[in-house]
Design a binder for this molecule. Structure first.
Ligand code: GAL
Ligand code: ZN
Length: 670
């Protein structure tokens, strides 16, 4: 089975003669899939209703003649300037009332019926023309929905928001109740009075903000659906749209139901030593969004990007090592932005597979090497196959966009970054060699031994009941601080935080938030509060909690660690209740990495989860099992020795006591 290899191909930026060289080099580099047409609307429809497909016919035919499959974009990611000139109302408006202009990209209001109609018109023609093209492998709808414009506050969007609210609440009384508008004289007399949360004198209504987040994600999804409907009516080819990892504005749980294959764009910073660990979490999310099915790494950079304050180049071997990380965690393809580095435009300093300097370059040599390796791996079949196989996981983290949106709202108790908290848990678990799935708290959790719910700030009755029953039925549930605070309308669960039935399952409730004393966070620009010492054998010596602490009231649980200083000195920090066959842990702070790692090791071994022995090889060595193979990747600056037996599939050599150089990779067969 093929492990796809390729990237965004933008031949419209180059004269015709370059295209021949492109396909020749693609063959040399082992390229099997090209994403074509992502930003070519203005070229395909130079004037309203006048289409020019001749050049695209030629591109697709050329790729096909050279054995390269095509991921054909719907080309709607950036409308041509003429749309804005003729329909200025299609341009999006910021919360401050600024109308964005043309001359960049993605300048459309997601709710605009004019944009949606013109997009559907273009897609109809594309699909009619290319549905039967022999090169077609995949449809690529739009591009990175919401990347630059995820929320629009214009009058068209305001009307769409009102409709969305009317459909959700039925009556204005229901909206008033849900939004708690008795507060600050916010009562609405009719839906006509309701606005998007535009810039206002001070704190805006929290439930209005949350509903606008939900609405905005849904509006982008409606744009996606409008195109998909056109494609499905005329083509059986699979459809994707590229996600962006942990992208706050868009609830990917909803989207994932509607793509045939999950695909993702990831640009970890080569200068940040935490990048491999963070990227591991992103890859685990992508696998989880597709229910464990193989996904595609749709975009990554061959070397540097052009949009950070400092754009570090990837070090030798790093592109390869990070590519294998994706494959280890379930990807069946590694693609890049972009094929040929642009000569003009605002991305000309973004690396490409074919660099400005050409093929006598480190980047190109690495491209060829990886292409050859993936070609060989693609030949493997049956029990030896890599592509198409699954990544086993018995541990999951609950991820909830409502909680993410809510916990980071202004006027909230914490200044916690939701994803940072998830990352801390993920990093601790994956350092044990565990692939970690992401789940929703309302999902069927019976396939897992351990489920961690960190900062699940918003919790529905159904979610709380499902988590509690997971523990009651023999699972190990770990709930982290700032969970179970509100219902789905952001109304507090009164009578002690956590609320029933989590309180019963965990045997604790939360009396008060008591964040570690800190200088005024707003004044210091969010400077982190000081760590609080934690005591208890479980967490080891010198354990500290960071970010948060809470006054935990124990009803029926063991106390395994306590706060060792600060306002909560001697109060419980980590508790555990044995319920039926299961366990319910509560963790009232964020133990720093070493302590958290000890904690999760105890949690998972108690739960009977096997920890990979090779995971002890050091902090920079990543170990992941996929199918029958063990992927070992050395992200560190030094040579690493790993105690593992078997055959390294990449070198064909026995791997008795593996030695990996920096950025080295081995795939050890069983
Ligand atoms: C992505 C985008 C690409 C390109 C790339 C540069 O967000 O989809 O078109 O701009 O970033 O890193
Ligand atoms: Zn709008």
């Amino acid at each position: 089975m093929t492990i796809w290899y390729g990237g965004d191909y933008n031949p419209e930026q180059w004269p015709r003669e370059v295209w021949d060289e492109d396909v020749r080099l693609m063959n040399r580099g082992g390229i099997t899939l090209a994403t074509v047409g992502v930003f070519s609307w203005a070229r395909l429809e130079p004037r309203p209703g006048e289409y020019d497909f001749g050049w695209l016919d030629e591109v697709l035919d050329l790729l096909h003649a050279n054995g390269i499959r095509v991921d054909l974009a719907s080309a709607t990611a950036s409308p041509p300037p003429w749309l804005a000139v003729r329909h200025p109302e299609t341009l999006p408006v910021t919360e401050d009332g600024v109308r964005l202009s043309v001359g960049s990209r993605q300048q459309y209001c997601p709710s605009s019926p004019v944009y949606r109609e013109r997009a559907r018109e273009l897609v109809t023609r594309l699909v009619e023309r290319y549905a039967q093209h022999p090169a077609l492998e995949l449809w690529h709808v739009n591009n990175e929905y919401g990347c630059h414009v995820s929320r629009c506050y214009c009058d068209v969007s305001a009307a769409a928001f009102r409709e969305w609210l009317a459909a959700k609440y039925g009556s204005i009384d229901e909206l008033n109740r849900a939004w708690g508008t008795a507060f600050w004289s916010q009562r609405y007399d009719s839906f006509e009075e309701v606005m998007p949360p535009r810039t206002a004198p001070t704190f805006r209504n929290p439930t209005q903000l949350l509903d606008f987040d939900r609405f905005s994600s849904d509006e982008l999804l409606a744009c996606y659906r409008a195109e998909v409907e056109v494609i499905r009516a005329r083509s059986d080819v699979r459809i994707t749209t590229n996600f962006m990892g942990f992208f706050k504005p868009v609830d990917y749980w909803k989207w994932a139901q509607e793509v045939d294959v999950v695909s993702d764009d990831t640009y970890p910073d080569p200068a940040d030593p935490m990048s491999p660990a963070y990227a591991a979490m992103v890859r685990d999310l992508m696998r989880s969004l597709g229910g464990g099915a193989p996904w595609l790494l749709m975009e990554q950079a061959p070397s540097a990007v052009n949009w950070r304050a400092q754009n570090a180049a990837k070090s030798p071997g790093q592109m390869r090592a990070w590519s294998y990380q994706s494959i280890a965690r379930g990807a069946d393809g590694v693609l890049f932005f972009q094929w040929r580095q642009s000569a003009a435009g605002s991305e000309k300093f973004h690396s490409g597979l074919v660099p400005h300097a050409g093929t006598d370059t480190r980047v190109w040599r690495e491209v060829e090497q990886l292409g050859a390796e993936l070609g060989a791996l693609s030949e493997r079949t049956g029990d030896d196959a890599i592509a198409g196989t699954r990544v086993p996981s018995s541990v999951a983290i609950a991820l909830d966009w409502d909680s993410w949106w809510a916990v980071e709202q202004p006027a909230s108790p914490t200044t916690v970054s939701y994803v940072e908290v998830l990352f801390a848990w993920h990093r601790a678990l994956s350092s044990l060699g565990l692939a970690v799935d992401f789940v929703r708290a309302q999902d069927d959790l019976s396939g897992y031994r351990v489920v961690v719910a960190p900062a699940h700030f918003v919790i529905t009755d159904a979610q709380a009941a499902n988590l509690a029953s997971f523990a009651e039925r023999g699972g190990t549930l770990v709930v982290g601080f700032s969970s179970g605070i509100t219902d789905e309308h952001l109304h507090i669960r009164l009578g002690g935080y956590l609320g029933e039935p989590l309180r019963a399952a965990l045997g604790v409730w939360i009396e008060e938030f008591a964040p570690p004393a800190a200088p005024d966070l707003r004044a210091t620009g969010g400077q982190a509060p000081p760590p609080v010492p934690l005591t208890g054998e479980l967490l080891g010596d010198d354990a500290f909690g960071v970010v948060w602490s809470e006054a935990v009231r124990v009803e029926d649980a063991e106390i395994l660690a306590r706060f060792g200083g600060g306002a909560l000195e001697e109060w419980p920090a980590v508790t555990r209740r044995t319920v039926g066959g299961g366990r319910g842990w509560y963790v009232a702070t964020l133990p720093e990495h070493g302590a958290l790692r000890r904690l999760v090791e105890r949690v998972v071994t108690d739960a009977g989860v096997d920890v990979l022995p090779v995971a002890a090889s050091g902090a920079n060595v990543e170990c992941v099992r996929r199918g029958r193979s063990l992927f070992v990747i050395n992200h560190g600056p030094d040579e690493a020795r790993i105690d593992v037996d078997g055959m390294d599939i990449l070198t064909g050599r026995a791997a008795m006591g593996l030695v990996l150089p920096p950025q080295g990779v081995a795939i050890v067969g069983s």
